[in-house]
Design a protein around this ligand. Structure first.
Ligand SMILES: Cc1ncc(COP(=O)(O)O)c(C=O)c1O
Length: 367
C-alpha cells in the first residue's frame, strides 16, 4: 500500500500535482517544490480578474486589496503570528538584506552580531555585510561536523552583553539540523538582542508558531512549500493536506493538524530513506542531528557527486548535487565547493519514489 498512513494521504496530494505526470521522482524539494493545480488555478484567477493598485473604489482596486490582506492573513495562520507583522519581499534573501540594512543603521563599533556556520548564505551574508559596514563585530557559532548538531551552548557562548542580533536557521537546507530555537531566543533576549530565524527550509516540514519560537523576525519562502516564488495561495493547500473539519475549525487549526500529520508522514518515509541509504556501499552521510528535517546529504567514495546527480536525472530522478548556497556548512563538513547530493522529501513524495531513488543509486554506484 502506498502512502496511506494515519491521516496523511499522499496519493490524494499526488493527484493534485500535475508535474508528477512527467514520471519524475522529485527529491529536489529543498530547492523548490512542485506546484499543485489548486495553486496554479488560484494564481490564474488572481491574475486574470480585474486588478490594479490597492484601493477601495473600483473592483480592480478591491481585488488587489483583498489579495494583499488575504495573503497576510494566510501567512499569519501559517506562522502563528500577527497579520499586521507580515511583510512580503521578492525573496527571503532580499527581505534579510533589507532588515539587515535597516537594523545596521543603529549598530557601531563595540556591537556584536552572532551568525552560524549551519546557515544558508542568505542568513549570513546580509548580517556580515552590514555589520562590517557599521564596524560591528561578527561572531560565529560553529556546528559540530561529526554529529551535525548546532548545540545551543555554541550559540549562547557567543552571545555577549553587547550582542545586537542573533541569526540562526530553523533547519539546515543541506543536513536538516533543527537547532533549539526557543532556548536560543531566551539567550538572545536576555541581553536585549534581536533574534532572526531563517524559516525557509523548516516551514515546509513542521507546524510553526513564531510566538512559541520566540523569533523577532521569521523569514520563509512560498516556493519551498508548494507555492510559486511569491504566492501565499499555497497556504490553503497546506491547511487541507489532511482534509476535513473545514467548517468547524479555523485555518490555523487545520494548518497545525495538517502540518503535524505531514511531519509524521515524512518521519516515517525519512526512516525508510535513511536506512536504505545507509546500506549503500561507499556512502558518506552528512546529516546526523537528532532533530532534523527529512533532508539527506551524501557522497559516494570515488564518485563525483555531480556525475551521480546526472545519472539520476537520466533515470527521471531529481536529486541534484551542490552546496546549495550553504557555503559555511559545506566548509565545516569538509566538503569542497562541489558539495554533496541532496535528497529531500516533500508532501508529494511516496514510498515508490524512495525505492526508485535507492534502486537507481545502487545501480549507479555498484556498476
Ligand atoms: C535555508 C534557506 N534559507 C534561505 C534561502 C534563500 O531563500 P530565497 O530564495 O527566498 O532567497 C534558501 C533557498 O534555498 C534556503 O534553503
Amino acid at each position: 500500500m502506498v502512502g496511506r498512513m494515519n491521516d496523511f494521504d499522499v496519493a490524494r496530494i499526488r493527484a493534485h500535482m500535475p508535474a508528477l505526470a512527467s514520471g519524475v521522482a522529485f527529491f529536489d524539494g529543498p530547492g523548490g517544490t512542485q506546484l499543485p493545480d489548486f495553486v496554479a488555478d488560484s494564481m490564474r484567477t488572481a491574475m486574470t480578474e480585474p486588478l490594479s493598485n490597492r484601493g477601495t473604489m473600483t473592483q480592480s482596486e478591491r481585488n488587489a486589496e483583498s489579495i494583499v490582506l488575504g495573503s497576510r492573513l494566510a501567512a499569519a495562520d501559517l506562522l502563528g503570528c500577527d497579520p499586521g507583522g507580515v511583510v512580503f519581499a521578492r525573496s527571503m534573501t532580499e527581505a534579510t538584506f533589507m532588515v539587515a540594512r535597516t537594523l545596521a543603521k543603529d549598530w557601531g563599533p563595540g556591537d556584536r552580531v552572532v551568525v552560524t556556520d549551519l546557515d544558508h548564505d542568505a542568513n549570513v551574508r546580509p548580517w556580515v555585510t552590514y555589520a562590517e559596514k557599521a564596524g560591528a563585530e561578527v561572531a560565529w557559532a560553529r556546528l559540530d561536523p561529526t554529529t551535525g548538531e548546532l548545540p545551543t551552548s555554541h550559540i549562547v557562548d557567543q552571545i555577549t552583553d553587547n550582542t545586537r542580533l542573533v541569526a540562526v536557521t530553523g533547519a539546515s537546507n543541506v543536513v536538516g539540523t533543527r537547532p533549539d530555537l526557543p532556548a536560543i531566543a531566551e539567550a538572545a533576549h536576555a541581553v536585549n538582542a534581536l533574534f532572526f530565524v531563517d524559516g525557509v527550509h523548516l516551514t515546509a516540514h513542521a507546524p510553526i508558531d513564531v510566538e512559541q519560537i520566540g523569533a523577532d523576525f521569521y523569514a520563509c519562502s512560498a516556493y519551498k512549500f508548494l507555492g510559486p516564488h511569491l504566492g501565499i495561495a499555497a497556504v490553503d493547500v497546506l491547511a487541507d493536506l489532511v482534509p476535513g473539519g473545514k467548517t468547524s475549525t479555523t485555518r490555523r487549526d487545520r494548518l497545525v493538524r495538517s502540518m503535524t500529520a505531514l511531519a509524521e508522514h515524512e518521519d516515517r518515509l525519512h526512516a525508510r530513506l535513511r536506512s536504505a541509504l545507509e546500506d549503500l556501499p561507499g556512502i558518506t552521510m552528512y546529516a546526523h542531528a537528532r532533530r532534523r528535517t527529512p533532508t539527506e546529504f551524501f557522497t559516494f567514495d570515488g564518485w563525483d557527486s555531480a556525475e551521480v546527480a546526472h545519472r539520476l536525472a537520466d533515470k527521471q530522478i531529481n536529486a541534484p548535487a551542490g552546496s546549495f548556497y550553504a557555503y559555511e556548512p559545506c566548509r565545516s563538513l569538509g566538503l569542497g565547493s562541489g558539495g554533496a547530493i541532496r535528497a529531500g522529501l516533500a508532501p508529494y513524495t511516496d514510498e515508490s519514489d524512495v525505492d526508485r531513488l535507492i534502486a537507481a543509486l545502487r545501480d549507479i554506484v555498484v556498476t
